[in-house]
Design a protein around this ligand. Sequence first.
Ligand code: PRP
Length: 225
Amino acid sequence: MMETPPVQDGLVLALPKGRILEELRPLLDRVGLTPEPAFDDARSRALMFRTAHPAVSVIRVRSFDVATFVAFGAAHLGVAGNDVLMEFDYPELYAPLDLGIGHCRLSVAEPADLSATDDPSRWSHVRVATKYPEVTRRHFAVRGVQAECIKLNGAMELAPVLGLSQRIVDLVSSGATLKANGLVEVEVIAEITSRLIVNRAAFKTRHNEIAPWLAAFGQAVAHAA
Ligand code: PRP
């Protein structure tokens, strides 16, 4: 529990739950935005936390929701992968800085035995299970392939195993999840990293407060490189 609530008119930084947080932590420490201890307590039900800087709070939400909170101005800054930015394409988001963390790929994958005889250049219609229907449709449409997307929010790798769809579009990092489920990567749609994102309107109206944080994150990234 927070001892005192975050300042009402402070800035809000939206962070994604999950494995990115571990890589992000040194950057947060370096810029002086170390979250309060409750942030690291898995039992805590709080969703908004103070940081080492009195004017900035952090929220911890799902990766897609980071983009939504920042696009609508409910959070001023956020950390989101370009997979999320490609899927939503919110004009209200400005993504000025690649944080150089969260390296992975957004890829098309299919069962290894199918891949042995498959010829992607002959596809005219594919059914794909994915969290990224927009990116997937656009990716296939460019070469005249119609993608029928089945939206899932996780565990995409189960779709081919259980016959929901033969192909998936998902993030691949080590490749261990694909391998464990008998799948192989057949196309890379995009290389992914995490970006610092800013609400464009807030960046104009609160420039003096927000710009120094962009500079600080920029320096922290340069230092980590
Ligand atoms: C991601 C992704 C894959 C997995 C890939 O899921 O959706 O399932 O990681 O990583 P690998 O190539 O190193 O095995 P994550 O574990 O982040 O959880 P999620 O399903 O909740 O998105």
